[in-house]
Design a protein around this ligand. Sequence first.
Ligand code: NAD
Ligand code: UDP
Length: 310
Amino acid sequence: MRILITGGTGFLGSHLCERLLNEGHEVICLDNFFTGRKANIAHLLPNPYFELVRHDVIDPFKFEVDQIYNLACPASPPHYQFNPIKTTKTSVMGAINCLGLAKRVKARVFQASTSEVYGDPEVHPQPESYKGSVNPIGIRACYDEGKRCAETLFFDYHRQNNVDIRVVRIFNTYGPRMLPDDGRVVSNFIVQALKGEDITIYGDGTQTRSFCYVDDLIEGFVRLMNTEGVTGPINIGNPSEFTMLELAELVLKQVGGSSKLTFHPLPGDDPLQRQPDITLAKEKLGWEPTVSLEQGLEKTIDYFRGVVNS
Ligand code: NAD
Ligand code: UDP
């Protein structure tokens, strides 16, 4: 198949490009390089079945493709809050452009949605049926509401125009090729520990997240995209839940070194808890995570050791 991946030079996108090329597909990678990097896909450039296009998803695009994965959107809070209006435009107009293209060329189209559609959840763990608790005017709203609107567009194009859709709700995922200054918690803690700097805990560190290793997530993506009769939304994530204090301790144990924990104000609307209910993914896709946080951190620490040393 010929497959378009928007946001293909980012953290998740670059792993997906690699996976689909390895399966023998042609891949068109579209990106505006806001948080993506050529270095993430440089090793793929010699492959004649890989094409890189510098383009912004808010502007229309046309490609003859069989499948579209729409990943274009900054995912780290500091990056999506840098230009919040652009973040909403990216989610909403990017979705419209992907869906319009899918409708024209009859491609199957996949949306990288997020656990952020549940906001600061009152239901724990979060099943897909939970409608969420999002502050529409807070500092995370550009991302949360942009992604919620994108889901709305996906389901309306499906109902109104019969577009073949897949919607995944991704829970916190980490691994090699995250940016060292990305701002997300796993990369922050690892880079701080490797450099012997203070570990920055926001709030009292009792808030929780559930961390999925990138290879597990990409397996879930490919299964959802290629399973018939499942539109989603479907949660993909690792249900093992940790407080940020537990994560910091684990990182320090694995990296070693002498970093101290320091405490900083909790950013606005930061969700207190998050854990995916993955019953649907197990039932419909036969998917569940296979990499523990300890194993995934080991691989991620190895990657960042190389980055920090260079
Ligand atoms: P990332 O920031 O590494 O990748 C995003 C990519 O999109 C980058 O390559 C960036 O340059 C590109 N991009 C941003 N705006 C664009 C635009 N207007 N036009 C074209 N390209 C644009 O983040 P990631 O972790 O790889 O996330 C990928 C997708 O998965 C995002 O849609 C994100 O919302 C979603 N997601 C990720 C996580 C996670 O834990 N990693 C969790 C939930 C959802
Ligand atoms: N966090 C932290 N220290 C950091 C970065 C993040 O304590 O250096 C916290 C953050 O406040 C949040 C959690 O870690 O409670 C996860 O943050 P991240 O930005 O990785 O993801 P998200 O909040 O979008 O789930």
